[in-house]
Ligand binder design. Structure first.
Ligand code: PLP
Length: 441
C-alpha cells in the first residue's frame, strides 16, 4: 500500500508472520486478544490455558499489575533516552538487579532486545575478549547440533538446526559443532537428567585437536528447548567446563529459556551446578512485557575487554534500545516479583507433580519419548510416514480448539507453562493433551 489508508478490519495480508505457515494461518486464523494469569482469551472471549508461557516468556503469568504499572509509570516519566555515551538511572538499576541474580562473579550486564541479539552479542564479546588478551588467533566459535541461538547470523551459524539455515546461503566462517546429546536408544523416558551421554562432551577435545588454539568459545543451551527439550546428560556440562578451562576456551550458556526460574533456580547454571563465563538471557527478564535481552559476563571477561582497550569506546557494539527505559522498568518490576513470589521455589515445589503428569502420557498412542526438567516437558511423537511434523501440528491445533496452548517443534510437543501453574492447571493441560494425542492418533 502506498497511501496511509487504515487497514481493512480483519486484514490478515500485511503481517508477514514469523516462523509461521502464513498460507495456512491466513485461511484458518487462531487469534489471541487478551491474557491474564494462566490464560489467554480469544477475540470471542474463549479462554485458552497457556501451556507455554507464551513462548517460554511469561514466567510470572500474564498481565501482572506490578509490571504493567511500572511500564506505564516509566512511559510518562521518560519514553526513551540513549545509552551511547549517556546514561539513565533505571538501566543501571536493571543491570544491578540482573547481576544480583546471576551466579557470583558473572556481574557485568550488556543489554539487548532479544535472545537473538543476546546470542550475537555474546559471540562478539567472546571474540573481543580473546583479542584483548592477546589471543587474536582464537576466532573459531563452537556450537552444538540441534542448538538454537536465535536468528541473527551469529546465532544461526553457531546454532545447529539445518532447517533454519537452508534458505540463507553461507553462514559465519570458522564455526564448528559438537554432537547433540539426544540419545533415545539409551535414555528414552528418563525423568530429569539422563544417565548416558556425558562422554559426548569429550568431542570438544577432538575439535581442539583439529583446530588447535583457534577456538574462542563454545555456546550451548543448558537445556535445549527449541529442538524439542534435550536435557543434558549427567556430568556432561561439567566435562565441557573442564575441557574449556584446560584449553583457554570460554563457555557461553544460552539461558534464554532456562533463565529466571524455569529450572527451579534463578538460572540453569545453578540447577546444573556448572557456571559459564558468559550467559545470554531474554524472555523471562521482563516477563516479555517489553522486549529485552541481556548478556551477563564474568568480571574477567569485562575487565579484559574494558581495561585492555585503548582509551575511548572499548566494545564497538550496541543497540539503540540497549537498556531502553520501558524495558528496564519492566525488568526491575519482573525481577522484584520473581523474588517476592519465589517463582523458582514454586517451580521446584510443583516439579515432581509436573514430572509424573507428563510421564503419564507414556502409554498414549504414538508417544516414543518423554523428557523433563524443571517446568519443562517434551513429549515426542512418532512422525507420520513422509510427513514429519504433521502429527504434532494436528495435536497443537486440536489442543488450541479444546482450550489449551501447547507448542510443537517437529513431532515434539514442548510444554513450558508459567511458573505460577497449580495442580488443577497441570491436570487440565495434560488431560487435554492426552485427549488430543488419542484423538488424532
Ligand atoms: C535458547 C534460545 N536462544 C535464543 C532464542 C532467540 O530469542 P528471540 O526470539 O528473542 O530472538 C531463543 C528463542 O526461543 C531460544 O530459545
Amino acid at each position: 500500500m502506498n497511501n496511509m489508508s487504515p487497514p481493512r478490519p480483519n486484514d490478515l495480508d500485511s503481517f508477514w508472520m514469523p516462523y509461521s505457515d502464513n498460507r495456512y494461518f491466513k485461511t484458518n486464523p487462531r487469534m489471541l486478544a487478551r491474557a491474564e494469569g494462566m490464560s489467554y482469551f480469544t477475540p470471542e472471549g474463549r479462554e485458552v490455558l497457556d501451556g507455554t508461557a507464551g513462548l517460554w516468556c511469561c514466567n510470572a503469568g500474564h498481565g501482572r499489575r506490578e509490571i504493567v504499572e511500572a511500564i506505564q509509570k516509566q512511559a510518562a516519566i521518560m519514553d526513551f533516552a540513549p545509552t551511547f555515551q549517556l546514561g539513565h538511572p533505571i538501566a543501571f538499576e536493571a543491570a544491578a538487579r540482573v547481576a544480583e541474580m546471576t551466579p557470583a562473579g558473572i556481574d557485568r550486564v550488556f543489554f539487548t532486545n532479544s535472545g537473538s541479539e543476546s546470542a550475537d552479542t555474546a559471540l562478539k564479546i567472546a571474540l573481543a575478549y580473546q583479542k584483548a588478551r592477546g589471543q587474536s588467533q582464537r576466532v573459531r566459535l563452537i556450537g552444538r547440533e540441534r542448538g538454537y541461538h536465535g536468528v541473527g547470523f551469529g546465532g544461526m551459524s553457531v546454532g545447529g538446526i539445518g532447517g533454519n539455515r537452508k534458505q540463507f546461503g553461507a553462514m559465519l566462517p570458522y564455526v564448528d559443532h559438537l554432537p547433540h546429546t539426544h540419545d533415545p536408544a539409551r535414555n528414552a523416558f528418563t525423568k530429569g537428567m539422563p544417565e548416558h551421554g556425558a562422554e559426548l562432551a569429550n568431542k570438544l577435545e577432538d575439535l581442539v585437536a583439529l583446530h588447535g588454539d583457534t577456538i574462542a568459545a563454545v555456546m550451548v543451551e543448558p537445556v535445549a528447548g527449541s529442538t524439542g527439550v534435550l536435557v543434558p546428560p549427567k556430568g556432561y556440562l561439567k566435562r565441557l567446563r573442564e575441557i574449556c578451562d584446560k584449553n583457554g576456551i570460554l563457555l557461553i550458556y544460552d539461558e534464554v529459556i532456562t533463565g529466571f526460574g524455569r529450572l527451579g533456580t534463578d538460572f540453569g547454571a545453578e540447577r546444573l551446578e556448572v557456571v559459564p563465563d558468559i550467559m545470554t538471557m531474554a524472555k523471562g527478564l521482563t516477563n516479555a512485557a517489553v522486549p529485552m535481552g541481556a548478556v551477563a559476563c564474568s568480571n574477567a571477561v569485562y575487565e579484559a575487554v574494558v581495561e585492555g582497550s585503548p582509551a575511548g569506546i572499548e566494545l564497538f557494539h550496541g543497540y539503540t534500545y540497549s537498556g531502553h527505559p520501558l524495558a528496564s522498568a519492566a525488568a526491575i518490576a519482573t525481577l522484584a516479583l520473581h523474588r517476592e513470589e519465589d517463582l523458582p521455589g514454586r517451580a521446584r515445589a510443583i516439579e515432581p507433580y509436573w514430572e509424573e503428569a507428563a510421564h503419564s502420557l507414556r502409554s498414549a498412542p504414538g508417544v516414543i519419548d518423554i523428557r523433563n526438567l524443571g517446568l519443562i516437558a517434551g513429549i515426542e511423537l512418532a512422525p507420520r510416514e513422509g510427513k514429519p511434523g504433521a502429527r504434532a501440528m494436528d495435536v497443537f491445533r486440536r489442543c488450541f480448539d479444546d482450550g489449551v496452548l501447547v507448542r510443537v517443534t517437529g513431532d515434539i510437543v514442548a510444554l513450558s507453562p508459567p511458573l505460577i501453574i497449580e495442580k488443577p492447571h497441570v491436570d487440565r493441560l495434560i488431560g487435554t493433551l492426552s485427549d488430543a494425542i488419542h484423538a488424532i492418533a
